[in-house]
Design a protein around this ligand. Structure first.
Ligand code: ADP
Length: 738
């Protein structure tokens, strides 16, 4: 299966570059925000239009960046939410990181926000102190008060003029010349700047102008006379760069009939006027700045908010980035683990990971590679094992030897074709005893229990098959693992044909030897008989002296015949003794006693041979025939004595030993003679095999027969450093017969 599309090596640096780029933009933005937030930057008090544009551009950039970053963060958070909903691996960790980063940054950031806001407020308060405001308000009030005072004075002057009886009288009579005189007089006296008397229709009847007076107020008359109901009306006017208080008062007759009005214009002092103008302009400027204070506060608040949000954004972002650095490799590892658990050992994690996670990813890949390699090797080994098993099975099936595998409770697990002929057919996994006749089953059980102790046991047995009796060499090997029995392997070797052939060969050899042994004396007998016949023929014609010689010769021939016949008779006797072999009568026998009583016979023989015994203590009593055992021992010692006769070291050792695992006792007779050649070892136990001129070759055949009758085994080993060692094993219990 191909690995999923990884972030290839080429995308790694590109991605890193992207992050560096993003980080730089962010840093620049944070810097801008700080610059804008710092109080001493002249941009905040832009005077020039270019500065205003610059501030506008900066604010826009910051705002746009804020919007973009806000959108990016929202996208991240939305994605995190969907991942969380989908229970995607690593989303919990990411959420925790983000929540943790927010929780960590939120408290100090909010505290900082309020602190900074308080500081800004304080700075603004220092810029716009309360007393200055009071002074400004007072100054404005004083200026207004002064203006009002001046207006009041103008009105008072107008009123005093309107209450002049002469003026009232002249107005009532519409005496214009009189009116002019009275007006000038009073105006001169009162130092009026400009004064006029108008009739009820608003037409000026008399006008006074102080010498050097500026401004003509006649055109203002309609405006001043407008509020007709009002008895008096005052106002301030700026005329020809001078400030004037204008007052109009109604002139009434004694009976209260309106006769007309008096209008007075009085100028304010130039110095006062300048001061008032200064105070007013300063007040207006201050008012404008005070208006800006609110916008300063808002601006500071916004910048602080922006900083706060940017810090939160940065915290969240860095948390997400950090979490991503952890979760992405972990996610990749989890997917890889799943793949590996499914058996895909070719899967590799290609995700970029840093630090310890990088090591983890590398180690994981290495581990998977090793696992894959191990599995390949394992599969190879399994294949080879399977091939070997099939090979073994084929071999087992092709050999005639029967091989049966048994469970520890003697259930047949497997039997090859060779074994089938010895086992009765059965359904399912039968037990061994169910597939054998009772006697064979008992003998096999006996052998298996021996093997259970000794690890291996073997015995020849007769299997009663449907149409014949098979002589089978049965061997049992116990299967053990870690001290636990895992069953047995039963090997059944049909020796019937082999034994038949061996028997035939043995009989052939025996017949040859007997023929040879009989033929040897027959020739001298034949020759002697011929010579006797010839002597008897000559005897008839011979003289008495010669006759006597012939008789002696005949007597010699006769005695030779008698001697050879005696030899033949001895041979026949030995043979018939071998044939008339007595039956074994086992009684509980202590082997050591048999050995000691036999060795006692040789104690006094002075033939220079050292005969010693090494007998095991606590040797168990065995079922055996002591007389026959003695015969075995004598035979072996005799052979050993003859073997060491011409040796330099003449030593014979008889040993006994208990072999509890094999459930038998062991008797060995070792000598320091010339030993036995390998080809002779094979034929040693055959009747009439002998290397000696006078030997009958029946000794070891009889020994072997006696041992076999005792259900024991005899074997020959080489003695160290020289000589032969005959080993006889005799069972400690009478085995079941099969
Ligand atoms: P015999 O002693 O009559 O020859 P045996 O059956 O007793 O018959 O012995 C057969 C042959 O085995 C002997 O001829 C001899 O060659 C050989 N043999 C037996 N015992 C020994 C021994 N201890 N060392 C060497 N050869 C031996």
């Amino acid at each position: 299966m191909p690995a999923p599309e990884p972030a290839g090596p080429a995308s790694g640096p590109r991605r890193r570059f992207r992050w560096v780029w993003r980080g730089l933009v962010f840093l620049i933005l944070v810097g801008l925000v700080f610059i804008l937030g710092s109080i001493n930057v002249p941009f905040l008090e832009p005077d020039e239009p270019s500065e205003v544009i610059l501030l506008y551009v900066f604010s826009t950039v910051v705002f746009l960046a804020f919007i973009i970053y806000g959108l990016v963060l929202t996208r991240y958070l939305a994605r995190l939410y969907t991942e969380h909903r989908a229970r995607q691996l690593g989303s919990k960790f990411k959420t925790k990181m983000v929540v943790g980063a927010l929780a960590l940054s939120l408290l100090p950031v909010i505290a900082l926000f309020f602190l900074s806001y308080a500081l800004v407020n304080r700075t603004l308060a220092k810029w716009f102190p309360r007393p200055l405001e009071i002074v400004r308000d007072d100054a404005v009030y004083i200026v207004e008060y002064l203006l009002r005072q001046h207006e009041d004075r103008a009105r008072e002057l107008a009123r005093s003029l309107a209450e002049n009886p002469d003026l009232q009288h002249q107005l009532a009579s519409r005496n214009a010349a009189g009116l002019q005189q009275t007006l000038v007089r009073v105006a001169e006296r009162r130092k009026l700047h400009w004064a006029a008397v108008v009739d009820t229709a608003g037409q000026p009847l008399a006008v006074h102008r102080h010498a050097g007076a500026r401004g003509d107020f006649l055109h203002k008359l309609p405006e001043l006379l407008e509020p007709r109901d009002a008895v008096a009306y005052t106002t301030s006017e700026k005329v020809s760069d001078s400030h004037f208080s204008l007052a109009r008062v109604r002139v009434e007759s004694a009976r209260g009939v309106p006769l007309g009005a008096v209008v007075v214009a009085q100028p304010l002092s130039a110095t006062l006027l300048a001061k008032v103008a200064e105070i007013e302009s300063e007040s207006q400027a201050y008012e404008a700045i005070t208006q800006e204070r609110k916008s300063y506060r808002w601006q500071a608040l916004l910048i602080l908010l922006l900083i706060t949000i940017l810090i939160l954004l940065a915290g969240t972002w860095s948390a997400l980035t950090l979490a991503k650095q952890v979760t992405v490799p972990i996610q990749a590892l989890a997917i890889a683990t799943e793949e590996v658990s499914r058996g895909n050992f070719d899967y590799r994690v290609n995700c970029p990971a840093q630090d310890e996670l990088g090591t983890l990813v590398a180690s994981f890949n290495q581990m998977t590679a090793q696992l894959g390699e191990s599995r390949r090797r394992l599969e190879q080994a399994v294949r080879e094992l399977d091939q070997r098993r099939q090979w073994m099975e084929a071999i087992l099936e092709s050999i005639p030897t029967g091989v049966v595998t048994l469970s520890p409770d003697l259930r047949i697990l497997n039997a090859n074709t060779g074994a089938e002929q010895f086992l009765a057919s059965a359904r399912g996994d039968a037990r061994l005893e169910e597939r054998l006749d009772p006697d064979t089953a008992a003998a096999c059980a006996e052998l298996i229990s021996q093997a259970a102790h000794a690890g291996f046991a073997a015995r020849p047995m007769d299997f009663r098959l449907s149409h014949r009796i098979a002589h089978v060499a049965v061997s049992v090997s116990a299967l053990r693992h870690g001290g636990q029995s895992e069953g047995y392997v039963l090997v059944l070797d049909d020796l019937t044909d082999l034994l038949k052939a061996q028997k035939a060969a043995a009989w052939q050899e025996v017949a040859q030897r007997i023929a040879h042994e009989i033929k040897n004396p027959l020739t001298p007998i034949q020759l002697s008989a011929d010579r006797i016949r010839r002597y008897l023929e000559r005897d008839r014609e011979a003289d008495p002296v010669e006759r006597g010689r012939y008789r002696d010769l005949i007597a010699q021939c006769a005695s030779l015949i008698a001697q050879e016949v005696h030899g033949l008779k001895a041979l026949v006797d030995e043979f018939s003794r071998f044939a008339r072999f007595p039956r074994v009568q086992p009684v509980p026998t202590q082997l050591n006693q048999v050995v000691e009583s036999t060795l006692a016979l040789y104690r006094d023989s002075a033939n220079g041979i050292r005969l010693r015994s090494e007998l095991a203590v606590n040797l168990p009593v065995i079922p055996a025939d002591p007389d026959l055992l003695r015969r075995v021992l004598i035979n072996l010692i005799e052979n050993a004595t003859e073997a060491v006769a011409r040796a330099v070291t003449k030593e014979i050792v008889v040993r006994t030993r208990h072999l509890p695992r094999q459930r038998c006792v062991e008797l060995t007779v070792s000598d320091t003679g010339p030993g036995i050649s390998p080809e002779n070892k094979e034929r040693l136990f055959l009747p009439f095999f002998s290397t000696k001129a006078s030997g009958m070759g029946l000794g070891l055949a009889i020994v072997s027969r006696i041992v076999a009758e005792h259900h024991g085994r005899i074997s020959i080993e080489d003695n160290t450093p020289t000589g032969a060692s005959f080993r006889v094993e005799l069972p400690t219990e009478t085995p079941a017969t099969a």
